[in-house]
Design a protein around this ligand. Sequence first.
Ligand SMILES: [Fe+2]
Ligand SMILES: [Fe+2]
Length: 396
Amino acid sequence: MSSSGAFAFSNRSTGTELEKLHCVTCPPTTLKRSELRLEPSERGIQCRRRAREKLHPRVMHSLHPEKVELFKSLEGWAESTLLPLLKPVDKCWQPQDHLPEPSSEGFFDEVKELRARAACLPDDYLVCLVGDMITEEALPTYQTMLNTLDGTRDETGASSSPWGIWTRTWTAEENRHGDLLNKYLYLTGRVDMRQIEKTIQYLIGSGMDPQTENNPYLGFVYTSFQERATFISHGNTARHAKQYGDGRLATVCGLIAADEKRHENAYTKIVEKLFELDPDGAMLAFADMMRKKISMPAHLMYDGQDEHLFDNFSLVAQRIGVYTAKDYADIMEHLVAKWNVANIQGLSSEGHKAQDYLCSLPVRIRRLEEHAQSKVKKGPKTGSFSWIFNREVALL
Ligand SMILES: [Fe+2]
Ligand SMILES: [Fe+2]
């Protein structure tokens, strides 16, 4: 269905700032008058977001004021434990270390070699690599997310608090990931860069809502999970690149995966500390995030054409083993073990319930996943991706 065809408008003025709109693909919702000026496809995004907000009213600032103080009291700990997990700029790799050198005479030969290696990459792999790159490129959204958190946000944009320093330096390290993948993919000549750039612009414009309620307990459970998810995903794209014969790309993805692992280590240390200081609060937060399900940071992905872009990208990633539902259960299981959830003491009855829920969850997720997989194996299905000039890729 074309996106413009997805809308039926009622231009009846309500006399208020709101205009009733009906999108046939979304639950009934309302859009602000300013949103009427958007392209129909963009209205679709606004429409879905507002519908979601109606279905799941957002809880905000759920952190109790005395717990804001807890994060204040952890500044010394953050300085001595977290900040050393970041690397000094001089010790970091830079994208240019792994790309053809444009000032060198051998530049064109290096590009030719890169393109020859990339010629062996299949379309389904390219879709996953592009999706991963786009996810990295939406970094402004993730820095924003960290700066929504009460007690740890960077209050000035250049705060000297260890939490603020962490967020900025983490962002600066992460910025290399999208840069490197973007330039690499550009040089391969295998992908439609304009469509990719549009997708990035849409995605940053859409933002994300991880349902972390401005609450660093929830926020750091979310980032612990996500850093491990990206570690797994980039690790798998590295492994596949090697199998396809692009060793340089394997190195690139491997380096990015190693950064993600280091970041995962930092975020899981924060939650570990919360379990030590406030076992009940940490347990309830972990269970709350898992009940809500960890939404992927790029879940609002859109390229101006495909309303199901993120779902289709996820299906390809699942099919070729870049990021799968099994990985979700594995991450869950890993975090339960890492935080020693089964043996945490000093819990309220609510905390005990959350503990039981968390300990049984990996098995339940696996069972649900097996059930879902047995259903989807029924027939071949393909989808086209604008990122690779609308070529068809198997989804199932
Ligand atoms: Fe990253
Ligand atoms: Fe990351």
